[in-house]
Design a binder for this molecule. Structure first.
Ligand SMILES: CC(C)(COP(=O)(O)OP(=O)(O)OC[C@H]1O[C@@H](n2cnc3c(N)ncnc32)[C@H](O)[C@@H]1OP(=O)(O)O)[C@@H](O)C(=O)NCCC(=O)NCCS
Length: 203
């Protein structure tokens, strides 16, 4: 089965409310085409450094990039994290490369770094990729992007090789279980609508 390309709709990706390290709460759900305007706003608000780390250029045009990374299609799916006001504060993307491999990338709002959100999004992206038949995940990371490399290393035991100025990261999709085991989430306060449905932090 082709990676990230089943007929399953975006709503099938792992969703829910999660509590971050500092007690803030975010909602994670599948990205949708209607997210484009807010994705544009979110990308425009990232620091130059974050844009450079994510897109290998600080001078990217948020409108163009949002259209490219927010596009839905049979070979890709994304996740967004929303704050209490419903604004996007993080986004992650998985794109099918064929032969059971998929490329992943993530960006988190600058003021939310170090709260576990990047790890959680990658974990859930991998979980959904596995469900869609992906076996291995890859990413390209600038060697100076220590935060990203540490997340891949600490959470997913990723293998890293340096090639043509870029660190190429690779790990089996099943490694999301490692990250879930290493960084268990604190239980979140159930929203009134969730009461009786079990743990909203369920991975
Ligand atoms: C790289 C990036 C995505 C990491 O996201 P993040 O949310 O800051 O990463 P995390 O918080 O998950 O991981 C960072 C730290 O939290 C820890 N952590 C992870 N999950 C956790 C959890 N559930 N609870 C507590 N701590 C956790 C990690 O061990 C790590 O600890 P350290 O700071 O002591 O090393 C973010 O820095 C970013 O958006 N950078 C700019 C864009 C970019 O570089 N994208 C990558 C392109 S490939």
């Amino acid at each position: 089965m082709a990676a990230c390309s089943t007929g399953a709709g975006p709503g099938s990706a792992p969703a829910g409310q999660v509590l971050l390290r500092d007690g803030r709460s975010v909602a994670i759900r599948a990205a949708e085409s209607s997210d484009l305007p807010d994705l544009r706003r979110f990308l425009a608000g990232l620091s130059l450094q974050a844009k450079r780390f994510r897109f290998f250029s600080g001078g990217v045009d948020p409108a163009r990039i949002a259209g490219a990374i927010g596009a839905t299609g049979p070979d890709r799916f994304g996740l967004v994290a929303l704050d209490r006001e419903g604004r996007i504060v993080a986004h992650a993307l998985c794109i099918e490369l064929g032969a059971g491999r998929a490329e992943i990338a993530v960006e988190v709002a600058d003021d939310l770094h170090g709260q576990g959100l990047g790890t959680i999004l990658l974990e859930r992206l991998a979980q959904e990729a596995e469900r869609r038949g992906v076996r291995r995940l890859v990413a390209e990371v600038l060697p100076e992007n220590r935060e990203m490399l540490e997340v891949f290393h600490d959470g997913f035991d990723a293998h890293v090789t340096f090639h043509e100025g870029v660190d190429r990261v690779e790990f089996p999709v099943a490694a999301w279980r490692l990250a879930a085991w290493r960084f268990p989430l604190p239980p979140s306060e159930p929203r009134p609508a969730d009461r009786g449905k079990g743990d909203a932090n369920r991975r």
